[in-house]
Design a protein around this ligand. Structure first.
Ligand code: IPM
Ligand code: MN
Length: 361
């Protein structure tokens, strides 16, 4: 029987309480689908930072490298200045573990409230592949003549062909395996590049050339489309059904995935994976730590459960992953119908219990 070594970082605020539910479902899936999980918890987060001044130390990165996967709750603490924990923990893990893909499904589950008029689960069913270790996030920069009227701040977006190619390769492969045709939901598997070739004529020129070269040579079966990022936002609202798989750079990906999240029912549902296809990946609900709700049992654990579901698929436990998704869809469609912020009708742990029970059945 396979045993997966999973690092769990519950993190701050409501992170721990949603992580407990995701772990509950993970254990239920392991029992049902005959694999084992060996869990190790790490206390990286705001409290540890306040006590020790440490975010994610280098020794922590080395520890994390030994695991098959990482499950993260949430990072962010009201007493810690913005940027310290994000850069020191989340971004450090992404960069050091070379998690160069941020995979963000934008799927509206049945029964979930959607802010888009007349759109349902068949319309909002796509995935964003965001480049996760380059662009403005890791470009060089600095400030000179600080606090003078002549102050200059520079933060450059940098992409190498290598970074672009490996991200595109992942996106094309993903479109081939999980695109709408592959899932029996459409006539073609389509990959759309989201860029800004009309203004960022260096960066997105590189992306666009690499996209068409790779597509023509290695993925002629996949339809290629291009959208500027501003137009992408418009169509994500007006015609989300046009999209299948979208690939984009780090900064644009950060922005469009929050837009996508709100169209799929918001932060209680949206999950993401920081993926190193040849290494250790990390999965997280994208909702944040919501400190003022800590301990109240009102936060929807579905996002954390969906993050865990993505982890199962990435580990190769496809059957278990499919089962968890099926159960989540059943629960949103039948038990939590019409839920919106604060309207779940069940507590955080009741939702976790309900899902684990159905997964184990
Ligand atoms: C995300 C988040 C992070 C990002 C922050 C917290 C550093 O917004 O995962 O999308 O910008 O990537
Ligand atoms: Mn973001």
């Amino acid at each position: 029987m396979t045993t997966y070594k999973i690092a769990v970082i519950p993190g701050d605020g409501t992170g721990p309480e949603v992580t407990v539910e995701a772990v509950k479902v993970l254990k239920a899936a392991a029992g049902k689908f005959n694999f084992k999980v060996d869990l190790t918890e790490f206390d990286f987060g705001g409290e540890r930072y306040k006590k020790t001044g440490e975010t994610l130390p280098d020794s922590g990165v080395e520890e994390l490298r030994k695991f098959d996967s990482i499950l993260l709750g949430a990072i962010g603490h009201p007493d810690v200045a913005p940027g310290i924990l994000e850069k020191g923990i989340l971004l450090k893990a992404r960069f050091e573990l070379d998690q160069y893909i941020n995979l963000r499904p934008v799927k509206l589950f049945p029964g979930v409230d959607c802010p888009l008029k007349d759109k349902g689960p068949d319309d909002i069913d796509y995935v964003v592949v965001r480049e996760n270790t380059g662009g403005i996030y890791t470009g060089t920069g600095g400030i000179t003549m600080k606090d003078t009227p002549q102050e200059i701040a520079v933060q450059s977006a940098v992409y190498t062909r290598f970074q672009v190619d490996r991200c595109l390769k992942y996106a094309f492969e993903y479109a081939r395996k999980y695109g709408k045709k592959a899932r029996g939901k459409g006539k073609e598997n389509t990959l759309a590049l989201c860029g800004k070739t009309n203004v960022l004529t260096y960066i997105y020129d590189l992306w666009e050339r690499a996209f068409h070269e790779m597509g023509a040579e290695e993925y002629p079966d996949i339809k290629r489309e291009y959208y500027h990022v501003d137009a992408t936002c418009m169509w994500m609202v007006k015609n989300p059904e046009w999209f299948d798989v979208i690939v984009t750079g780090n900064m644009f990906g950060d922005i469009v995935t929050d837009l996508g999240a709100i169209t799929q029912g918001g932060m209680g549902i949206a999950a993401g994976g920081n993926i190193n296809p040849g290494g250790v990946s990390m999965f997280e609900p994208i909702g944040g730590s919501a400190p003022k709700y800590t301990g109240k049992g009102v936060i929807n654990p579905l996002a954390a459960i969906c993050a865990m579901q993505m982890m199962l698929e990435t580990l190769g436990e496809d059957k278990a992953g499919a089962k968890v998704e099926e159960v989540v869809r059943f629960v949103t469609g039948n038990k939590l119908r019409g839920m919106g912020a604060g309207k779940m009708g069940y507590s955080t742990s009741e939702v976790g219990d309900m899902i684990s029970k159905l997964v184990a059945e």
